[in-house]
Design a protein around this ligand. Structure first.
Ligand code: FES
Ligand code: FE
Length: 374
């Protein structure tokens, strides 16, 4: 849903074409994406507030791997592969909950501490050379950034601080760690995950698809400020009569942070490769996480974050913002599903991008580079 892109200083868009059909229909390319992008880049799984107490956990599936995200007894964050070190059984089935002291495998009852150490392995003392210390749960890297939890499955992940350098400190005035989830809606979309990012990245479609959005943020007012690499986006400007993107056009909460005067007139949109879409409004922050299920299906979780004062004050109707984006999301998912149907056709050949789709072009460029084809 990002901004217009005709600025001459931006990257050239002339001649750019959409991706070929196989990128939207090939299970082999989909698997390669899981290996090269989802198993190597930092992937957003949820908010840290889901793990408020020691022992709290939830499961997340990233690149086909089940992970146990948990807060350990020392209040550290962990991301364990949900795989027993004995014969590999899935350890934990319930999607979320709280471990009392340990994690026990349902198969032969090997027991692990919340720090991943193997604490108990019945009768294994008989086995020559067996040492519990050699068999801790395997871990993925996990960080909390601005209240978001991100994991990286790579054995030797790019350090978060260097991977996210362009974003570090960028949103400080929005006080993101202090915000709380007010609403979450999950969508099942019959479209490849890239079509959803490409759609988010341009507002060329806004006039025909989103009449309400177009009234509140005219598609021709805005600017992109991240135009290359894994982070792409910018801002759009609110129409004079509007204070936010809500059904009423009025703010549905107190300002989320200590915003600059211009932030009160803008909505910022950033795609954070591969699965994280971050949309900052003056009075709420929306984020989507994309969970590819197959080459032609994506589960999308959309969360709305608010200042705690907004959530505590019954005079604020957060549904004013939630309903606006639920409507807009559904309009987007519909055209993404139409795209999936079309790009799957034998008749489809890559089409020419417009100059107002420069962020989609930049997404494709970064994607192809990450896939080793750029
Ligand atoms: Fe987990 Fe045997 S597979 S204890
Ligand atoms: Fe849209």
């Amino acid at each position: 849903m990002t901004t217009v892109s005709w600025k001459p200083r931006e990257l050239p868009t002339q001649g750019a074409r959409t991706l070929p059909r196989e990128y939207f229909v090939s299970p082999e390319i989909y698997q390669e994406e899981m290996d090269r992008l989802f198993a190597r880049r930092w992937v957003c799984v949820d908010r840290e507030e889901r793990l408020s107490r020691p022992g709290d956990y939830f499961l997340a599936e990233v690149a086909g791997e089940s992970l146990i995200l948990l807060r350990d007894r020392g209040s550290g964050l962990r991301a364990f592969f949900n795989v027993c070190r004995h014969r590999g059984s899935r350890l934990c089935e319930a999607p979320s909950g709280r471990f009392a002291e340990t994690i026990q495998c349902p198969y032969h009852a090997w027991t692990y501490g919340l720090d991943g150490r193997l604490l108990g392995a019945p009768t294994m003392t008989d086995v020559e050379g067996f040492a519990k210390g050699d068999w801790p749960l395997r871990q993925a890297a996990v960080v909390s950034w601005e209240g978001f939890l991100l994991v990286n499955l790579a054995p030797d992940p790019e350090p978060f601080e260097s991977a996210f350098a362009p974003l570090l400190g960028r949103f400080a005035r929005f006080h993101l760690p202090a915000l709380r989830v007010g609403r979450t809606i999950e969508y099942e979309v019959k479209a490849n995950w890239k079509l959803i990012v490409q759609n988010y990245s341009e507002c060329y479609h806004c006039a025909p698809v989103h009449p309400a959005l177009t009234r509140l943020t005219p598609p021709t007012l805005g600017e992109n400020d991240l135009t290359e690499g894994p982070f792409i986006g910018g801002y759009m400007v609110l129409a004079e009569a509007a204070s936010s993107l809500t059904m009423s056009g009025r703010a549905c909460g107190v300002p989320v942070g200590a915003l600059a005067p211009e932030d009160h007139r803008r909505v910022y949109y950033y795609s954070i490769s591969p699965n994280f879409l971050l949309s900052l409004h003056p009075d709420y922050v929306m984020f989507h996480t994309l969970w590819p299920q197959a080459v032609d299906r994506t589960r999308i979780r959309c969360h709305w974050l608010f200042h705690p004062d907004t959530l505590a004050d019954p005079r604020f109707d957060i549904d004013d913002g939630v309903k606006f984006w639920d409507l807009t999301n559904r309009q987007d998912w519909h055209v993404c599903e139409l795209s999936q149907l079309g790009v799957s056709s034998r008749a489809y050949v890559p089409g020419p991008y417009s100059r107002r789709e420069s962020c989609s072009i930049a997404f494709d460029r970064d994607y192809l580079r990450a896939m080793g084809r750029g």
